[in-house]
Write a protein that binds this ligand. Structure first.
Ligand code: CS2
Length: 501
C-alpha cells in the first residue's frame, strides 16, 4: 500500500493590497502618505524589477511632500507585471538583502500599470496629457531598437518598420514616445521630458538621436520639433536587482504577512546621477538622495566600464566555470584577482574623474559582487550580450588600443562571451542563450565547429557589435583568439587562474 503523503501547507494569507496594508507587521516600512491624494506626473515605460527597486523607491520617498509626481507604469512586452500589481492596487515589496538579513518595505508610488499591447490608446492618451511631465524608460538595451556599435536607430528593425507603417499604433518605445509627442504638438501642448534610465552610453544623447531620427522618418517637421522642443537628460542608474524567485515570494510572505505576487529583491546600495535639464518640471530628486549634475557622462562611463564591464566578465566566465551566482564566482580567489586587475589596471586608467576615489569605488564594487545574500544569477547578466558588450568592454578596449596599452583581461571577457554564445557549455550541455541576435550568433558558432580561430573570425564580423575597426584590428584578434583557445582547451576556471596571474 502506498503510504499517505502529508504536505505541510501554510495558512492562506491575504493578498498585499490597500486593504491588507494596515495589517503588515510594525517593522515593515509602508507608504508615508495618503495614496488617495496622489496624482500621476510620470509615465514609466518598461516597469520591470529594476525600475521598481530604483526610481520608484526615490519617488516613494518624495511623495509625502510632492504628491503630484506619482508614476503610471507601462509594460511593453509582457502583461505579467500588470497582472501581479493590479490586484495589489500597485503595491509591492522591495526587500533589501545583505549579511544582516532581509529588510522589507512596501512601495506605493506606482498608481497603476498599463499593458502597451492591449491598452495602447489609453497609454498614448495619458502620455499626451499635460499633467505628465516626464516619460522615463527602462526598456533594456534592446528596447531602443538601435545599432549597439553606433548608437543610431536601426531603421530596419522589425518593430521600427511596423511603427513607421502604423505610426498611430506603435509597438516600440521610440514609436510610443513619438506618437505621444506628435499629439502634444498638434494640441499645442509643451513636450514632456524623456528620461532614459538604461545602461547605455550617454543615454540621454543616445535616446535623443534615436527618437528624433524616428520622428524625422515619420515627418521631417516633426523631427525638427522633437530636436528643438524635447529635453533628454542623461542619467546614471545603479542598483543590483536579481530576478525574483518563488523562494523569495515565500520569504516575503513570511515577513509581511501577505502574499505579494512580485516582490523585488535588491541590495542596500543605490545611486542615481541625473543631468539637471527638465524644462517641463521635475520632482526635487536631490531631496531623496539623487545627485543632480551638469554632466552625467563621466559617471556613466565609470559605472558602465567598472561595474557592468566586470559584471559581464564575471557572468560569462562564471557561467562557463559552473558558478550559478555572481557571489559564487567571487568565492574563487582567482576570479576576485582577475576582476580587481581588470578594474585597476585596465579600466581605471581610461577614466577621468577628478574628485572621485576610483580605487574606493572598485573596492565597494568587489564587496557588492560578493554579497552572499544576493542570489544574482550569472545567466541573468549573460543575457543580451550583443547589446551590452560595446559599452561595457569594447569602448575601453578601443581606448586602450589607441593608446598602445594592453587589453589582456578585457579581452578575456570578450572571449568568454564568444565561447558562451556557442550555446554549449564545458560539459557539453546546452546553454539557454538569450539574445536578440542569438539565432545568428549560434549559427556562426555552429559553422565554426570547435575551431576557436574560425569562431573568432565569424563573430568579429558582426559589425553591429564590433564595428569595422575592431574586426580589422590585429592585436584584438591575437589576444581574444589566444584566450578562446585556452577557454576551449583548458576551460574557464583554469584560464581565469592563468590570466589573473
Ligand atoms: C547587470 C546590470 O544584468 C546586467 O547586465 O550588469 O543589470 C547591473 O546589475 C546593474 O546595472 C547595476 O546597476
Amino acid at each position: 500500500m502506498v503510504p499517505p503523503v502529508f504536505i505541510e501547507e501554510r495558512l492562506p494569507m491575504p493578498r498585499l493590497s490597500s486593504r491588507s496594508l494596515a495589517n503588515v507587521p510594525a517593522g515593515v516600512i509602508t507608504p508615508a502618505y495618503d495614496r488617495g491624494g496622489l496624482k500621476a506626473g510620470i509615465v514609466h515605460l518598461g516597469i520591470g524589477a529594476f525600475h521598481r527597486a530604483h526610481m520608484a523607491v526615490y519617488i516613494d520617498d518624495l511623495l509625502a511632500a510632492h504628491p503630484d509626481w506619482a508614476i503610471v507604469g507601462a509594460s511593453l512586452r509582457r502583461p505579467d507585471t500588470k497582472e501581479a500589481l493590479v490586484p495589489q492596487d500597485g503595491l509591492y515589496t522591495i526587500a533589501i538583502r545583505d549579511a544582516s538579513g532581509t529588510h522589507p518595505r512596501v512601495i506605493g508610488s506606482i498608481l497603476s500599470v498599463l499593458d502597451a499591447n492591449t491598452e495602447r490608446d489609453k497609454l498614448i492618451a495619458l502620455m499626451a496629457s499635460p499633467e505628465i511631465r516626464i516619460v522615463s524608460l527602462t526598456v533594456t538595451e534592446k528596447g531602443y531598437c538601435h545599432d549597439p556599435a553606433t548608437g543610431e536607430l536601426h531603421a530596419g528593425h522589425p518593430d521600427i518598420v511596423h511603427d513607421l507603417a502604423n505610426p498611430q499604433s506603435p509597438k516600440s518605445a521610440p514609436g510610443l514616445i513619438v506618437e505621444a509627442l506628435a499629439r502634444r504638438r498638434v494640441a499645442a501642448q509643451p513636450a514632456f521630458t524623456v528620461m532614459s534610465c538604461d545602461n547605455l552610453p550617454s543615454n540621454g544623447k543616445t535616446t535623443r538621436r534615436i527618437v528624433s531620427r524616428f520622428a524625422a522618418l515619420r515627418d521631417e517637421a516633426l523631427g525638427r520639433w522633437v530636436e528643438e522642443s524635447v529635453a533628454f537628460p542623461s542619467t546614471m542608474v545603479d542598483r543590483i536587482v536579481p530576478a525574483t524567485t518563488d523562494a523569495d515570494r515565500e520569504t516575503i510572505a513570511g515577513l509581511i504577512g501577505a502574499d505579494d505576487a512580485w516582490p523585488i529583491m535588491t541590495e542596500p546600495f543605490t545611486q542615481w546621477v541625473i543631468e539637471d535639464h527638465f524644462p517641463a518640471g521635475r520632482p526635487p530628486f536631490e531631496t531623496v538622495g539623487a545627485q543632480m549634475v551638469a554632466d552625467v557622462e563621466p559617471f556613466e562611463l565609470m559605472k558602465l566600464r567598472m561595474l557592468n564591464g566586470s559584471h559581464s566578465t564575471l557572468a560569462y566566465l562564471g557561467y562557463l566555470a559552473g558558478h550559478q551566482h555572481v557571489a559564487d564566482a567571487m568565492g574563487d580567489p582567482a576570479f576576485v584577482k582577475l576582476i580587481h586587475g581588470l578594474m585597476s589596471e585596465e579600466v581605471i586608467p581610461t577614466l577621468h574623474m577628478p574628485g572621485t576615489d576610483l580605487p574606493a569605488y572598485r573596492d565597494e564594487l568587489l564587496a557588492r559582487f560578493a554579497n552572499p545574500a544576493l542570489k544574482h544569477r550569472t545567466w541573468q547578466i549573460a543575457m543580451d550580450g550583443s547589446q551590452k558588450l560595446p559599452q561595457r568592454l569594447l569602448g575601453t578596449i578601443r581606448d586602450r588600443l589607441k593608446a598602445g596599452q594592453t587589453i589582456t583581461r578585457l579581452a578575456l571577457g570578450v572571449a568568454a562571451w564568444m565561447r558562451y554564445v556557442t550555446g554549449i557549455d564545458e560539459k557539453g550541455e546546452t546553454i539557454d542563450v538569450k539574445d536578440p541576435m542569438a539565432t545568428r550568433l549560434m549559427a556562426i558558432a555552429a559553422n565554426a565547429g570547435d575551431d576557436p580561430e574560425r569562431l573568432f573570425d565569424g563573430l568579429v564580423e558582426v559589425t553591429e557589435i564590433f564595428g569595422r575597426d575592431l574586426s580589422e584590428n590585429g592585436t584584438f584578434r591575437d589576444v581574444v583568439s589566444a584566450h578562446l583557445v585556452s577557454l576551449f582547451d583548458e576551460g574557464a576556471a583554469e584560464t581565469v587562474k592563468k590570466v589573473a596571474g
